[in-house]
Design a protein around this ligand. Structure first.
Ligand SMILES: [Zn+2]
Length: 295
């Protein structure tokens, strides 16, 4: 029975064989393994040289690639790779487990439900929950080659793409759990979403509202003040100016410290009517967010 490789790339990179982490000293070998695992396609040797050794000429680059490939196969074994004179790729029959692939498979599952990808239905909840649970941090967090701008660009592109996909998935889960009045998971996901973009005023406001709706008034107030600090100080640009020129977050007035709603929103004018997509369900009707309509 062959061993099983697993690539954990959604965070600091880690490679395991049969659940045992493998130590790899060569950073280029890690980069090569990650690139092959994520692309899942055979790559021309010249392309890999250009990716990992852009400053080398072809002959020197190919020699470096051979040494790195040898180190990679010595450490991980070679049965998962298909190698010939021109190309290097992953054997589709014994492909390793890759968290990036699994993440995308979970998201793709939700694309078969017949609703826009920005919406969420009850069947989406489990795969989206599993998808976001796979993410430990930014793509290849803490890893860089430094001497290869091409790999650096690819890594940054992948990281940004995955960050956006994670943010979208979190947003859908926040809407779902908020609408179900399941505020603990909603707040947890909202905190994760804010961490992806700490300068994002809407994410601050979203978390503020969830704290308020769940009865955590002091936490909502702290979030409000944190948002003000970010907008005024850390961002370095004037925050959204509301009428009258106040330098305050552009959250709905009902989420300002002086008028935070109580634990249970009511139909009064203090309810978060300006953010219907985040309004918790007031009845058992599934029409709460406008994001899903029962067929
Ligand atoms: Zn769905």
């Amino acid at each position: 029975m062959s061993s099983r490789l697993a690539f954990y790339l959604l965070g600091p990179p880690r490679i395991e064989r049969d659940s045992v982490p493998i130590k790899m000293d060569r950073r280029k070998a890690i980069a090569l393994a990650a690139f092959l695992a994520v692309t899942g396609e055979s790559q021309r040797r010249d392309s890999l040289v250009n990716l990992l050794w852009p400053e080398y000429d072809s002959s020197r680059g190919r020699a470096a690639l051979r040494r790195t490939l040898h180190a990679l196969r010595s450490t991980l074994g070679g049965d998962w790779l298909v190698v010939d004179r021109d190309q290097i790729g992953i054997d589709a029959n014994i492909a390793p487990w890759v968290d990036v692939d699994r993440f995308h498979q979970h998201l793709a599952t939700c694309e078969t439900h017949g609703h826009p990808t920005s919406k969420i239905c009850p069947t989406c909840v489990a795969p989206l929950t599993e998808a976001v649970a796979l993410v430990r941090g930014d793509f290849l967090s803490g890893f860089s080659l430094k001497d290869s701008i091409n790999f650096d660009d690819w890594q940054l592109f992948q990281a940004e793409l995955l960050r956006r996909e994670l943010s979208d998935a979190l947003q859908r889960l926040i809407r779902w759990h908020g609408a179900q009045r399941e505020f603990e998971p909603a707040v947890g996901y909202a905190r994760r979403r804010l961490a992806l973009d700490p300068l994002g005023e809407p994410a601050h406001c979203q978390l503020m509202r969830l704290y308020a709706w769940s009865g955590h008034r002091s936490a909502a107030l702290r979030q409000y003040e944190e948002c003000v600090v970010v907008l005024n100080d850390q961002l370095g640009v004037p925050p959204h100016r509301r009428r009258g020129g106040s330098r305050r977050p552009s959250c709905p007035p009902n989420t300002s410290p002086s008028s935070l709603p109580g634990p249970r929103p009511s139909s009064s004018k203090r309810s978060p009517s300006r953010c219907p997509s985040l309004s918790p369900a007031r009845t058992n009707s599934p029409s709460w967010t406008g994001t899903w309509t029962r067929p």
